[in-house]
Write a protein of this length. Sequence first.
Length: 124
Amino acid sequence: MSPQMRLTAITLDCPDPRALAAFYQRATGLALVRESNDDFAGLTRGDGLFIGFQRVDDYQAPRWPDQAAPQQSHLDFAVDNLDEAEALLLELGASKPRFQPGGDRWRVLTDPAGHPFCLTRSSD
């Protein structure tokens, strides 16, 4: 029998942990739970999921969809309305790359540190 694994944390490299945590806090409403000087910040959800942001010197942002600096990972967020969520996130500092492989099913955005993330329609 395989051990049971439960995802408890995701950590993203970035140049400015506090700024990236603030972006995701405003976007998701998650609670800020940890800041360690300027090198680390974290958010948490009620069920305990933790998203951390850690400073990396000479951070190189992924280049979506260019694989010269691949994305390596990305986050997906389910939303009720793709257009409204996209508009809010762009206002908060996200960017929208030209390459959009999801058509009307999902949108690819990048956070202020360049990490790609997707918006998908919530299941009804």
